[in-house]
Design a protein around this ligand. Structure first.
Ligand code: ACO
Length: 377
């Protein structure tokens, strides 16, 4: 018998994060996610994931400077983006561009740990630049160069929209990045670790991870959540919409999780940010629809005896929409936030590497003989 979906299989020891599925609790290197979201910036969380401890003031200043200095991407990679058809999905564009970066990275082939740390910082810095550039190039606009002095999150919004975000918007983006930075042995992290375990380079691991994150059962869910909210359109239509979809046997995007059997702890943090943004903009429509969906789902799942709760994507969707991020770029936001987690996992994998090579249970036929081609049906 195969273990479908590798559920419950432990494939590595990690010091990066722990998920308490039954309690709905998430810890990065010993720190509760709520504590980090409230009291640390994304840059501090990146440092924590990569180096194992929060930075002191001098270390943070230096780390921020390193990230800032690595934001610019080679002009040739922007030219490559210009060659893509304009309707290329932003995750496909990001996957292609991230892979192409390898050709220009002075450390691409250097697999020493020092070089891998440099690449981890560089790739974390470059992912928002690539995403924002594609957001503009596909509309026939010139990419906006990164701006020194802006934090990682604020700079992304600036490069994407051309406007410097106010404090609430910058902080919201920053917290959303922190919430997505790391999450145990999820599918994309596993893909990254499998790739570098063959001793392929970090850009290959990153490219595998981006491709894996793209799917709607993983990172692609946040985009689908927004489609659902837009399709429902009005709070009063939410209940019937959800009940009809469930009756057709469909899954409601933004609900359910392989590991959490309780509320995903990231969801209420995003809900609170969504409320602050809605209060600032005076529009609670998406929140109202979301809370109606949540209550119908609670009722339906209780009736069916299933522990299905909102996950991180449920509230990230309306937050990103309100921040002016195009819906089809939501998964890119996830990818840029997860880059420190992915790269830290790759470094951890390589410290104590063993090729990851599970087995398959062959269930096909046996004892067949090759027939001459003219005798085959
Ligand atoms: N809506 C309705 N029913 C659901 C949902 C959902 N979103 N998720 C799971 N269920 C039901 C399944 O139909 C299944 O029912 P059954 O036992 O009667 O067949 C049961 O709950 C268990 O579901 P599984 O598919 O076995 O759970 P699994 O651990 O494989 O899947 C997954 C987890 C893929 C996340 C699933 O919950 C899902 O498809 N959710 C919607 C997509 C989504 O939001 N993905 C984002 C995940 S978080 C992230 O990647 C950041």
């Amino acid at each position: 018998m195969s273990n479908r979906g590798l559920e419950g299989v432990v494939v590595a020891d990690t010091e990066l994060s722990k998920i308490y599925g039954e309690e709905g609790r998430l810890v990065y290197r010993g720190y509760e996610i709520e504590d980090l979201a409230e009291n640390a910036t994304f840059e501090e969380v990146c440092y924590l994931l990569l180096y194992g401890e929060l930075p002191n003031s001098a270390q943070l200043t230096d780390f921020r400077r390193q990230l800032e200095s690595e934001r610019t991407v080679p002009g040739a990679v922007l030219d490559l983006l210009r060659l893509l058809p304009r309707d290329t999905h932003p995750m496909a564009a990001l996957r292609t561009a991230a892979s192409a970066l390898a050709g220009f990275d002075p450390d691409a082939r250097d697999m020493t740990e020092e070089a891998n740390f440099r690449k981890a910082i560089r790739l974390t810095a470059q992912m928002p630049t690539l995403t924002a550039a594609w957001g503009r190039i596909r509309n026939g606009q010139e990419p906006i160069a990164p701006r020194d002095g802006l934090g990682h999150a604020a700079n992304f919004l600036y490069m994407l929209t051309g406007e410097t975000p106010d404090e609430l918007r910058a902080r919201t983006m920053d917290v959303a990045f922190t919430l997505h930075a790391e999450h145990g042995m999820n599918a994309s992290t596993f893909a990254a670790r499998v790739t570098v375990a063959t001793l392929a380079d970090m850009h290959s691991g990153l490219t595998s991870a981006i491709g894996t994150l793209k799917g709607p059962l993983h990172g692609g869910a946040n985009e689908r959540v927004m489609h659902m909210l837009l399709e429902i359109g009005e709070p009063d239509r939410a209940e019937a919409w959800v009940r009809d979809a469930l009756a057709r046997g469909e899954r409601i995007m933004g609900f359910g999780h392989r590991v959490y059997r309780a509320l995903d702890p990231r969801a209420p943090i995003l809900r609170s940010l969504a409320m602050q943004l809605a209060a600032q903009g005076g529009d609670t429509r998406w929140l109202d629809i979301a809370s109606r969906i949540e209550s119908v789902m609670r009722e339906e799942m209780d009736r069916r005896g299933k522990k299905i709760y909102p996950n991180v994507d449920f509230y990230s969707a309306s937050v990103y929409y309100t921040l002016g991020i195009p819906t089809d770029m939501f998964t890119n936001v996830f990818a840029m936030a997860r880059t420190p987690g992915w790269t830290a996992h790759m470094i951890e994998q390589l410290r104590d590497n063993r090729l990851i090579r599970p087995k398959a249970n062959y269930v096909g036929p046996l004892d067949k003989k090759v027939q001459p081609i003219e005798k085959r049906g």
